[in-house]
Design a protein around this ligand. Structure first.
Ligand code: F0G
Length: 445
């Protein structure tokens, strides 16, 4: 197994390689990295994963991340040997990904206007820290442990910091979190404090906080756990793995995510590229990314709303100058991302190139929704007895918009990811106190 996994630059015209123990998040030329596996896992593992749903006392079978450990075996260990797994794999007692699977939600299907049989929504908010981040944090912190890191560092709109803080506390390592002051949900901020993370308040937005955290991590020996870390992406591949397994590996037509820094889009793309390459799936689902109207970098560039050019991965030759000119334009005009869905209030998605690669591989689409639509999406999920936050509401109303536009067909099978749990207690209270809102149920005296 040793020597099976390594890091490789995503740019096919660069392709620099690094050993798996490297802590570089970019190649020397500044391109993002992928974890690459030399061996092709056999599809007979589908049976093994299914059997592990009866965990028989192993937290690594209970974990919805490590249950698929052969498909993310960057530690290059004997995955059947539980003692060896315990030495390497970081887990919150098997809780990450454990409660995640797709559900039917009839009221959401009604709002969207599609048959309840065709719509699956997968809540990732029931992870131990309350968001999908735990999937990728389990793997990133596993790598941090593998390289002997003493401190993990991240910038965050809230959920990453909660997840990083939780795993760091559990592993007994330090955690610094850079947050845009005053711009994160109170419930997320309080989690970071609760888990003993060191908060660093940045006067600016998430993009500014990320820049500062990356500089500080480099200068002060910190291990970055944002989604530009390729090991985060490995864990987040298990989000589509669980959906696919639940559907007996019959691929849906669409997988839909809210778009922020585009870690999810990237990881879904990588998961599908690998499964297709390994012969596990025959059809490639299309990815739809839903931006907030107030933080729409990907949508603007992908849909040709800036300078008229539709930005594409273009087989590894994306027009990166177009992206730079877009960012210069934002700076020059003083345009800052602005949405009440603070989780996705991001102007410079750090994984944009991996995101574009995923969209090209899956013939994906990108669209935007408004704040008030996202609140409706969040609220209708609640009416099915499930909890999610405002950014996750984008998935529901994004599907509706794409159905209304005829991009998604009514008989398509759609899996939407609900990325996080409600951590801004006043949002639903305010929503329901305003009788003008679509699903409002105001209090009575
Ligand atoms: N949904 C939620 C609930 C999030 O917290 C985030 C990102 C996203 C969607 C966007 O996902 O970055 O993979 O496109 N939150 C990050 C954070 C940025 O710091 O917690 P993405």
């Amino acid at each position: 197994m040793k020597g099976d996994a390594y890091l490789k630059c995503i740019d096919p015209y660069c392709g620099l390689e690094y050993p798996i123990t490297s802590t570089n998040i970019q190649c020397e030329k500044g391109h993002l990295l992928d974890v690459i596996y030399k061996n092709k896992p056999p599809s007979s593992l589908k049976e093994v994963f299914y059997k592990r749903r009866n965990p028989e006392g192993s937290i690594f079978n209970e974990s919805g991340v490590w249950r698929f450990r052969e498909l993310l075996n960057f530690c290059q260990i004997d995955t059947e040997n539980i003692e060896e797994c315990s030495k390497y794999l970081v887990s919150l007692d098997g809780a990450e990904g454990r409660l995640s699977k797709p559900y039917r939600m009839s009221k959401a299907a009604d709002l969207i206007g599609m048959s309840n049989d065709n719509l699956w929504l997968q809540p990732e908010g029931y992870n131990p820290s309350g968001s999908f981040k735990d999937n990728g944090m389990a793997t990133a912190v596993t790598h941090a442990k593998m390289v002997g890191a003493k401190k993990i560092v991240c910038a965050s709109t809230g959920n990453t910091s909660a997840s990083a803080g939780m795993f760091a506390a559990n592993e007994g390592i330090k955690c610094d979190v850079y947050i845009p002051a005053g711009q994160i949900a109170p419930g997320k901020l309080s989690q970071a404090y609760q888990f003993g993370a060191q908060i660093l308040e940045v006067d600016g937005n998430f993009d500014d906080a990320l820049k500062q955290s990356l500089e500080d991590a480099q200068n002060h020996n910190g291990y970055t756990v944002n989604s530009i870390n390729p090991f985060r992406i490995e864990g987040q591949k298990t989000i589509p793995f669980r959906a696919l397994e639940y559907l007996n590996w019959e691929t849906p037509d669409w997988i839909v995510y809210p778009g922020g820094a585009l870690g999810n889009t990237s990881s879904c793309g990588k998961a599908l590229m690998e499964l297709y390459d390994w012969g596990w799936i025959k059809k490639i689902p299309r990815i739809a990314v839903i931006n907030s109207e107030g933080a729409s970098t990907l949508s603007d560039l992908y849909n040709g709303k800036f300078e008229g050019e539709e930005l594409r991965w273009n087989k590894g030759k994306p027009n990166t100058e177009l992206i730079s000119r877009y960012y210069d334009h934002l700076d020059k005009e003083g345009l800052r991302p602005k949405t009440k869905a603070t989780a996705i209030q991001i102007g410079r998605p750090a994984n944009i190139l991996k995101g574009l690669r995923a969209l090209e591989f899956t013939d994906g689409v990108v669209t935007t929704v408004t704040d008030s639509q996202m609140l409706d999406g969040m609220s209708v999920v609640g009416l099915n007895g499930f909890d999610c936050e405002m950014a996750s509401g984008a998935t529901v109303v994004g599907i509706k918009k794409l159905i209304d536009e005829g991009v998604i067909q009514k008989d398509d099978i759609v899996v939407g990811i609900l990325t996080g749990r409600q951590k801004d207690a006043m949002l639903p209270v305010d929503y329901h106190n305003n009788p003008e809102n679509k699903f409002a149920k105001p209090p009575k005296n």
